[in-house]
Design a protein around this ligand. Structure first.
Ligand code: AHR
Length: 493
């Protein structure tokens, strides 16, 4: 098959926010305990953080990590996780029916994040929590000294404020599974009041209001509109969450799920713009796609996990090669919408629906989805370009007509980079590249991710079954092998 790809230096989508490559760590399963934190592990550092995991995380170049939930945050008292570790309470953790030991809290997590080279994106509890708890947490983290909570932080050994800039006003408050679930107007009101008081403590913070838990929610659209009517003046972003899966074994459809993500983003942007008009506002509401990934492999095994364990192996999806193709398509979709999506968090980071897996006492390794995330995070920086892709399409049950090629180009001062997925399960595609507007260029390299077995996984025993290798681009024609993810880099002279 043949395709054509054209990019032009003046056809710009927008600046790519570095925070598009964020991730997420929740107190859920083995994400924290056994994942990032395991005192006594051979690789543990002075604070009990796994160095092997930190090394894999650092490579991903993740600017921001959302914490501590997720559903967990809606029943969490942040005060349980500070101070003397021996005095911290063990609690029933009701979102995931586990036991929370509170050995890691905000003090430890902000230290972990700084060792990982990331900022923290901190969620406040608007389920069982109050507006005052949210205010106290901002004071604890960001106020310098001389007040009850800032002095408590200093007494706990942290002289300098943490300076946390990005905050989530609760999590998925539209969902009836959420502890403290609310109607849109109930949530809109509390989000508004929490936002107001949090910004009184620290006017420099940015706030994310909860959008819908996914685009299939009955209240989707109305929820965003009602919430924003209440808190428009005080918030900077609205959140989107979406998880995809290949439950019917229909790979061709599954590979098209990024079309759903694209439509979701455009719908939420439209609702934001509607409220902007109603409010006669000149502010643009940005989008925080703060949970996205593939999630379905572990659903069945999770229903059998015994309740009330410490760090049970929940949501441990073992990702296949085809999942990596989907993650590649979803990343391209985020880039295509980078004028509006300014934060995105791959959910999650370690063990729980994650690119990085660990054995409690043993190894850490990269799952298949690690690779497209790594290279997009490394090279998909700067400006996203509006590209023209001419290619054939195919019909799917779930997502209608889907083009065989998903692709985008990004550029910075010295490089132009193309990310492309060939969704065809049968045919290689020769993609002709028209980049003539950029003048003389030289190929830096073509990396591809491909595997004959779509269901191949990386495991502790065989961590390198799905690994990137060298792709072929010659004479401005890129070979996109059947079912492959590709990154092609050019130096601009
Ligand atoms: O990421 C796993 C869970 O998915 C989160 O806790 C929740 O916000 C979402 O439903």
């Amino acid at each position: 098959m043949k395709a054509k790809f054209k990019a032009h230096r003046d056809y710009v989508i927008g600046e790519i926010s570095p925070k598009l490559y964020g991730s997420f760590i929740e107190h859920l399963g083995r994400a924290v305990y056994g994942g990032i934190y395991k005192p006594g592990h051979p690789s543990a550092d002075d604070m009990g953080f796994r160095r092997d995991v930190l090394e894999l995380v650092r490579k991903l170049n993740i600017p921001i990590v959302r914490y501590p939930g997720g559903n967990f945050v809606s029943g969490y008292n942040w005060m349980d996780g500070i101070g003397d570790k021996f005095k911290r309470p063990r609690r029933e953790e009701l979102a995931w029916s586990s036991i929370e030991t509170n050995q890691v809290g905000i003090d430890e997590f902000q230290e972990w994040a700084s060792r990982a080279g990331s900022e923290v994106m901190l969620a406040v509890n608007l389920g069982t929590g109050t507006v005052e708890d949210a205010k106290n947490l901002v004071e604890y983290c960001n106020f310098e000294k001389g007040t009850q909570y800032s002095d408590l932080r200093r007494a706990n050994g942290f002289e300098k404020p943490f300076g946390i800039k990005t905050w989530c006003l609760g999590n998925e408050m539209d969902g009836d599974w959420q502890i403290g679930h609310k109607t849109a107007s109930e949530y809109g009101r509390i989000a508004c009041e929490a936002a107001k008081i949090m910004k009184l403590v620290d006017p420099s913070i940015e706030l994310v209001a909860c959008g819908s838990s996914h685009s299939g929610m009955e209240t989707f659209g109305e929820w965003e509109a009602e919430v924003l009517k209440h808190c428009w003046a005080y918030v900077d972003y609205i959140s989107l969450h979406s998880y995809y899966g290949n439950r019917d074994g229909d790979t061709a459809s599954f590979l098209g799920c990024s079309l759903n993500m694209d439509a979701f983003i455009k719908s939420v942007a439209a609702v934001c713009d509607y409220i902007k008009a109603v409010k006669r506002s000149d502010k643009t509401m940005y989008l925080s796609f703060d949970e996205w990934n593939v999630w379905f492999h572990s659903n069945e095994q999770d229903s059998k996990i015994e309740k009330w364990q410490v760090a049970p192996p929940l949501l441990e999806d073992l990702y296949t090669f085809e999942d990596a193709l989907v993650v590649g398509c979803l990343l391209i979709t985020l880039l295509k919408n980078s004028d509006r999506v300014k934060i995105a968090c791959l959910a999650q980071l370690v063990n729980v629906i994650a690119p990085i897996m660990t054995e409690n006492g043993g190894k850490a390794w990269a799952q298949t989805i690690y690779w497209p995330f790594l290279y997009t995070s490394l090279y998909g920086r700067g400006t996203a370009l509006r590209c023209i892709v001419e290619c054939d399409s195919y019909e799917t049950k779930a997502y209608g007509t889907v083009p065989y090629v998903e692709a985008i180009a990004t550029r910075n001062e010295s490089e132009l980079t193309i990310f492309a997925v060939n969704r065809s399960l049968e045919n290689d595609i020769e993609m002709e590249l028209d980049l003539s507007d950029f003048g003389e260029m030289s190929l830096v390299g073509h990396i591809k991710l491909n595997c004959a077995d779509l269901k191949a996984v990386n495991t502790a025993v065989q961590p390198d079954k799905v690994m990137p290798s060298k792709g072929k681009t010659e004479n401005m024609t890129a070979t996109l092998e059947k079912h492959s993810w590709n990154v092609i880099r050019f130096r601009i002279k």
